[in-house]
Design a protein around this ligand. Structure first.
Ligand code: C6P
Length: 420
């Protein structure tokens, strides 16, 4: 591990860690890269890049298969990655961690393997109105297969879940509740502990989509009491193609495998196969071993800085951005929840978010523009999309200043302001 040196935090704050991210040194469109699209994916520190390269130059072999030393070594690294994720989420047992390609695959696993066998006609699936498509579409597919019905918790004008409506919607038919910990489109931090407690009172199972949470706050699945928690490595300074599902052991044990193949079986004959225990039974085929090793390095990196410090830094940036953006005439924030993490979403006068994104890109400022894979939420606000700036530990107030300057330029280009 390349732990950041002690005393590295300067008056510039935690953003001094930007030096650990080589891509941030490359110019874009002749400008300093100002990367504010961290909700889509974060950049990778050298420690993560090195861990993946080191795996292939020193440790590569398939796991659980070889009698040879290298295979055992690779298996040990893979197991160590699982233990790292267990500790990161504070799961009770390492068997409760299943590696997946990411959040999307983890939710599809739960929908297929828990949803299909457990839901029947008339059962209710309760989803929040601010879910990413990844926590909507798999449930629609399962609802179609089982006859279950999808109900939606409305979102208030300031971008919070309507918790009174949530309580009213919960009933004895509610079998499943799906909610994002942090909204990718608005940054809202949802009261997931309360949601889980209420859902459990009616016997519903709860999946928390932590894709936008894990890089911004410490997560303790035991304290939350959730049944499933999912996240992607690439939004946590790790590589793409790797993520994890936490599931309560009793639930995972009772769930059938969802994909068949090598490494998930106990015995196979042409008549019948028997399956491995949790979590292996959910990991058919050769997994993303290098991805697990690099995810391990990403978690070590984040923990070496401290999620509390990262959260405090991003919170300061968010406040700074709120104040600076509020000065821009015609800018309207979408989602002003009391509890928010690292994301600011907005629209500006009649300038389409895509045009804003393109103009900012010319200035080296990368944001995301569009529906953010949350089309029902955009419809709720009567918008085709928003412009979204999302922060990471390496961002600074200089980055926010560059965003503001880019937006002012957009106003000038659209003739909304006399050039100074
Ligand atoms: N959101 C964004 O720019 P995957 O693609 O499986 O790693 O993550 C899907 C996903 C699920 N839930 C939430 C809350 C998410 O934010 C995302 C990914 C990206 O907002 C890409 S659309």
């Amino acid at each position: 591990m390349n732990a950041p040196a002690q005393g590295k935090e300067t008056s510039a704050g935690i953003a001094a860690y930007a030096a650990d991210f080589p891509i941030l040194a490359r110019p874009v469109n002749g400008r300093r890269l100002v990367y504010l699209d961290n909700g889509a994916t974060t950049q990778k520190p050298q420690a993560v890049i090195d861990a993946e390269a080191r795996f292939y130059s020193e440790s590569n072999a398939n796991i659980h298969r070889g009698v040879h030393w290298l295979s055992q070594h690779s298996t040990d690294l893979y197991d160590q990655g699982r233990e790292r994720v267990r500790g990161f989420l504070n799961a009770a047992q390492v068997e409760e961690i299943v590696f997946t390609r990411g959040t999307t695959e983890a939710i599809n696993l739960v929908a297929a393997s828990w949803g299909r066998p457990n839901l029947k006609a008339g059962d209710e699936i309760l989803l929040s109105g601010m879910e990413h498509h990844a926590n909507i579409v798999p449930w629609q597919m399962v609802a179609e297969q089982t006859g279950a019905i999808i109900k939606v918790v409305p979102v208030t004008d300031n971008g919070e879940l309507d918790m009174e409506a949530f309580s009213r919607l919960l009933n004895q038919r509610t079998r499943f509740v799906g909610v994002c910990h942090v909204s990718n489109a608005l940054g809202t931090i949802n009261p997931v502990a309360d949601i889980i407690r209420q859902a459990h009172e009616v016997g519903a199972v709860v999946l928390v989509d932590g894709a936008q949470a894990v890089a911004h706050q410490a997560v303790d699945v035991q304290a939350l009491g959730c049944d499933f928690y999912v996240f992607s490595g690439h939004k946590l300074y790790g590589p793409t193609g790797i993520g994890a599902l936490y599931g309560r052991k009793a639930l995972l044990d009772a769930m059938p495998p969802w994909q068949g193949g090598g490494d998930m079986i106990h015995t196979v004959s042409f008549e019948r196969s028997t399956f491995a225990e949790t979590p292996q039974k959910f990991e058919a085929g050769t997994p993303n071993i290098a991805g697990v090793v690099a995810l391990d390095a990403a978690i070590v990196y984040v923990q070496s800085i401290g999620l509390e410090r990262i959260a405090a830094h991003e919170d300061r940036l968010l406040q700074y951005a709120n104040e600076a953006l509020a000065q821009i005439p015609g800018l309207r924030f979408i989602g002003q929840a009391r509890e928010r993490a690292g994301i600011v979403s907005f629209v500006m006068d009649d300038i389409h978010p895509h045009d804003l994104g393109t103009i900012l890109d010319m200035e080296g400022v990368a944001i995301r523009a569009g529906h953010h894979c949350a089309m029902p939420l955009m419809t709720r606000f009567g918008l085709p999309g928003t412009a979204r700036a999302s922060f990471a530990l390496y961002n600074s107030t200089d980055d926010v200043d560059a965003l503001v300057a880019g937006l002012q330029k957009a106003r000038r280009l659209f003739g909304m302001e006399q050039d100074a």
